[in-house]
Ligand binder design. Structure first.
Ligand SMILES: [Zn+2]
Length: 405
């Protein structure tokens, strides 16, 4: 997922500090009772966190693999150890994939598991003096449910010869900035984030939180190929007031994310023996005008991305990830299939985004002598998700901007 940091939130935080603002003055109806400075100042155990990240990396939870399920079971145990009620369930894939709002799936799966941990106020919470509860005069029904969501799947490690070590045997080493770092597939996206959630739960529990409301931890599969895990979790009824997803953002607050549509481009050619290739039409050559049209479309769609995407050179990229053409080395390829990822602009209707891609390919074909009679086709499959955003002046976004400044 490509997301947008909002640099101006830093300025919001600075303005508050200049004005002498205090945390207690910020109107934050959703989680004021969790904004305890003592929590953020608690010393973190770097060694324990590094061990935890390495342990999660050792479970090679590539999207759609059995290890994805294995990691969900492992994390269910961790949630229970941290005092959470854990809902671990096998997702009914046939029912889910037939839902009209199903976001898509690309990996082959025979099973998938959902996992939600719930942290509720400890038994003694009513005795804890908490003026924010009285001041806000909240009724039990108004108590917030704060969701912490993280995906357990990782993408494949690519060419293993380019790794200095086994990508699933995490190494504790020094990063490019000279600071301690853990290296391995998924260390950043997002097993580090999963451990951050576990640490947050531990600190909340040790400090007697939440004092009202609930914290829901959603550990989800299938984020990398469309988002079926979060979709299944919401369909099961695990909803909340606000959600935080600790994806790797270098600690930037990201209230907006582009959408993405997976597409397949099929380009026809004309078969001939390679010794007389001029008798045929290479589908590889026929791709070229379509490729150029995609680049031009990409440039147009990224020309005015809006202020939330300042500093991001290509927020709505069009990228071809796989290309297959031909079936014999000495034969001119008569068919090329390319699959890629197409960025959706913020707030853009998904059907309109699809139409823009289809129209651009059709226009390119109409200008080409071969493709005008044998046009390339576009299909959409797999992950299909819209853009999303939270208003930058939402109290939770402003609160986190203050906390992270
Ligand atoms: Zn991620």
């Amino acid at each position: 997922m490509l997301s947008a940091p909002i640099p101006n939130l830093r300025n919001v935080a600075q303005d508050r500090r200049k004005a002498g603002s205090r945390r207690s003055q910020i109107q934050l109806p959703y989680c004021a009772d969790m904004a305890d400075p003592a929590l953020t100042h608690t010393a973190l155990d770097d060694d324990a966190m590094a061990r935890d990240i390495a342990e999660l990396i050792r479970i090679p939870s590539i999207t759609g693999s059995r290890a994805e399920s294995q990691l969900q079971h492992h994390l269910a145990d961790r949630l229970r150890q941290l005092g959470c009620n854990a809902d671990l369930w096998q997702i009914d894939l046939p029912t889910l994939t037939s839902d009209p709002h199903f976001p898509g799936m690309e990996a082959e799966r025979t099973e998938a598991w959902g996992l939600v941990g719930e942290l509720t106020p400890p038994a003694h919470a009513a005795a804890v003096h908490d003026p924010t509860v009285q001041n806000q005069n909240l009724q039990p029904d108004d108590a917030p449910t704060v969701i912490l969501n993280g995906h357990v799947d990782v993408v494949p490690p690519g060419d293993r010869r380019l790794w200095s070590h086994d990508p699933f045997d995490a190494r504790d080493a020094t990063g490019p900035d000279g600071r301690r770092a853990v290296f391995g597939r998924g260390a950043c996206d997002m097993k580090g984030g999963l451990v951050a959630i576990l640490v947050a739960l531990k600190l909340l529990r040790e400090n007697g939180y939440p004092r009202r409301g609930r914290v829901l931890v959603q550990f989800v599969v299938g984020e990398e190929d469309g988002g079926l895990g979060t979709f299944a979790t919401l369909r099961r009824g695990h909803l909340g007031s606000v959600a935080l997803i600790p994806e790797p953002t270098s600690c930037a607050i990201i209230p907006a994310a582009a959408g993405a549509l997976t597409f397949r481009l099929t380009v026809p050619g004309l078969s001939a023996h390679g010794s007389s290739r001029l008798d045929g039409v290479s589908a590889l050559d026929a791709l070229w005008p379509v490729w150029q049209a995609l680049r031009e479309l990409e440039a147009r769609r990224n020309a005015d991305a809006g202020p939330l995407f300042d500093g991001i050179p290509l927020p709505f990229g069009i990228s071809i990830g796989t290309v297959r053409a031909g079936d014999w080395a000495s034969t001119v390829p008569d068919r090329l299939v390319a699959e890629g990822r197409y960025g959706v602009r913020l707030g853009e209707d998904v059907d309109e985004a699809r139409a823009a891609l289809v129209d651009a390919v059709a226009a390119a074909c109409s200008r080409d002598p071969w493709l005008s009679d044998h046009p390339a086709t576009v299909e959409f499959f797999g992950g299909q998700f819209a853009s999303a955003s939270t208003p930058v002046d939402h109290p939770l976004v402003r609160q986190w901007a203050v906390d992270s400044a």
